[in-house]
Design a protein around this ligand. Structure first.
Ligand code: ZN
Length: 204
């Protein structure tokens, strides 16, 4: 298994492409300059996962959807409204929207893929439908957990109590787990327990 991170410098959003046996998964296709397509070209694309419904995480989705129309696009149903621009993020009524008809609901559980398990955790708070994906030793945390920070809870449909409860659940992951956030650099769980001011008080 290989993980490639493609950063969209304009918004500091990370797109992740996970490959195994010439098959690929995409997490948060935010990059718009063709780097996703060129990475994918020799591969068979199986699934697209969205961590949550904020548009900066799917600015590069529609060209992919046109090319890979049969590939499912997964997003927890609690965020389908946000992804459709209701309510709009940052009051931006011109944001990129996704028609919920092209989305497939995904909740906590496991998907088997290419001999691996993709474990999905529902971690609301930054948004009601935020999902965290655990694949191999990698944890794709979207805007729930960043290197030494966490996602905002003051955006539309955010909830601080939910976010605090979600953060406690990171105690289940091994310290060597590699954190791949929606923005900013990667890290490890061990490092976050030491230096992330929002995690330091959580018993793990
Ligand atoms: Zn967000």
């Amino acid at each position: 298994m290989e993980v490639k991170c493609i950063n969209n410098a304009a918004s500091d959003n990370n797109t992740y492409i996970i490959t195994q046996n010439q098959h690929a998964l995409i997490i948060d296709p935010s990059c718009t300059d063709g780097r996703i397509q060129s990475t994918l070209s020799p591969l068979s694309v199986d699934m697209i996962f969205l961590t949550h419904g904020h548009y900066d995480h799917f600015t590069g989705l529609m060209p992919l959807h046109r090319k890979y129309a049969d590939v499912p696009i997964y997003l927890n149903a609690a965020d389908h409204g946000l992804a459709a621009g209701d309510p709009p993020l940052f009051g931006n009524h011109n944001q990129i929207r996704i028609d919920p008809l092209i989305l497939t609901d995904l909740s906590e559980g496991t998907i088997h893929w290419q001999g691996m398990d993709i474990d999905i955790y529902h971690m609301p708070g930054h948004s009601p439908g935020s999902l965290v994906y655990h694949i191999g030793q990698y944890l794709f945390t979207g805007d729930v957990l960043f290197d030494d920070s966490i996602g905002r809870d003051d955006l539309p449909l955010g909830n601080g109590m939910d976010l605090r409860n979600s953060l406690k659940r990171f105690a289940m992951f091994d310290g060597s787990t590699i954190i791949c956030p929606g923005h900013g650099p990667d890290s490890t769980m061990d490092q976050q327990w030491k230096t992330n001011p929002y995690l330091m008080h959580i018993h793990h």
